[in-house]
Design a protein around this ligand. Structure first.
Ligand code: HEM
Length: 335
């Protein structure tokens, strides 16, 4: 494991002033070339207009599905700080299956011309981090404790299919997950840490911690310029954009299914959420060692959580009012 904030030699050279200039020049040149090629190709094929750079095209093409992903019930609740330990553990288990498949296929295709420019294993790969988090939450036998829900399996199957049959589309999946983790993922990390009372030392949140990336913004710039350097004709680019949208939809389905599973009574939910009694408070008891407030399994916490008091002002008002009326009534009766 690397020191915190320490860059790998590959990334370090890429992010030095010279490296950055080189990437920028390469990006600008590619942009120019890309645009000319794009114009020629679109004239020749009558294709729809799309930004020349793959990075810009991806951002534009996935804008709508990104909004959709952000506004799934699961994500909306998460952003409000309404996430239970049980939900968090389930999502981490699903992410483990997803990243195992993604990174297995990335390893198989690391020298493929359509992928090699964005191969950043030590900076990005999440599989090892997820294993650490799962051990923290489920204990040493975490592999037997978790299982793969249907929508997660569908995502996993697609990743293997792409890796084995259409490796030129793999960049769409890497983009969707890693750039997302370096963006909104960092917001979710802070929320999870706060509402689940996870230790500030980082246990349980390794997934969100990119030790080989000292600046997420700079790294994302580098990643975008590397994506733009991948040789791609307009037909292929269109397929990559479609695959990125598909990747977002697969993520949305994972969240929707998790939301459905947590809405079911505990017994009927999938095994990842069911735990042996001795493990039920595992994450919380360890967490408790580092923080003052234990969170009960399955209990939704919110950023406005106030201990024993009901959290809604209306309910508090009604209780105070009832108390007042009762006191006056008792007083009157006593007279
Ligand atoms: C609560 C949920 C989410 C929030 C608050 C959120 C927030 C953001 C923000 C603020 C950015 C812009 C960062 C920047 O421009 O540097 C971003 C970018 C991105 N997000 Fe999300 N996001 C969420 C969910 C997701 C999900 C579920 C995915 C996909 C699995 C995703 C994938 C991405 C990607 C790929 C980018 C990079 C866009 C680009 O620059 O091309 N996000 N997100």
């Amino acid at each position: 494991m690397q020191e915190k904030g320490c860059l790998t030699p590959r990334l370090h050279s890429a992010l030095t002033e010279e490296g950055r200039r080189e990437e920028d020049n390469r990006g600008a040149q590619k942009k120019k070339e890309g645009k000319t090629r794009e114009m020629e190709d679109s004239k020749a094929h009558g294709s729809e207009s799309m930004p020349g750079d793959l990075s810009e095209a991806l951002k534009e093409a996935t804008k709508e599905v990104h909004e959709q992903a952000e506004s799934t019930e699961f994500m909306k609740n998460f952003q409000k700080g309404q996430v239970s330990l049980r939900e968090f553990k389930m999502v981490m288990a699903s992410l483990y299956y997803i990243y195992s498949a993604l990174e297995e296929e990335i390893e198989h295709n690391k020298d493929h011309p359509a992928f090699t420019a964005v191969y950043f294993p030590s900076e990005l790969h999440r599989n090892a981090a997820l294993q650490q988090d799962l051990e923290y939450f489920y204990g040493p036998s975490w592999r037997e404790e978790i299982s793969c829900p249907e929508a997660t399996q569908k995502y996993v199957d697609r990743l293997h299919y792409v890796g084995q049959h259409e490796p030129e589309l793999l960049v769409a999946h890497a983009y969707t997950r890693y750039l997302g983790d370096l963006s909104g993922g960092q917001v979710l990390k802070k929320i999870a840490q706060k509402v689940l009372h996870l230790p500030s030392t980082g246990e349980g949140l390794e997934f969100f911690t990119f030790e080989g990336v000292s600046s997420a913004t700079k790294f994302k710039q580098l990643y975008r310029s590397r994506m733009n350097s991948i040789e791609m004709d307009p037909t292929m680019k269109k397929r990559v954009l479609e695959e990125a949208k598909r990747a977002f939809l697969l993520n949305i389905q994972v969240f929707e299914e998790l939301q459905k599973l947590v809405s079911q009574p505990h017994e009927n939910s999938h095994p990842a959420a069911q735990q042996k009694p001795e493990l039920r408070t595992r994450g919380t008891s360890r967490t408790h060692e580092h923080g003052p407030v234990p969170v009960k399994e399955g209990e939704k916490t919110s950023l406005t959580h106030t201990g024993m008091l009901p959290s809604t002002p209306l309910v508090r008002w009604i209780l105070a009012f009832s108390f007042l009326v009762t006191t006056v009534a008792v007083g009157l009766f006593a007279m």
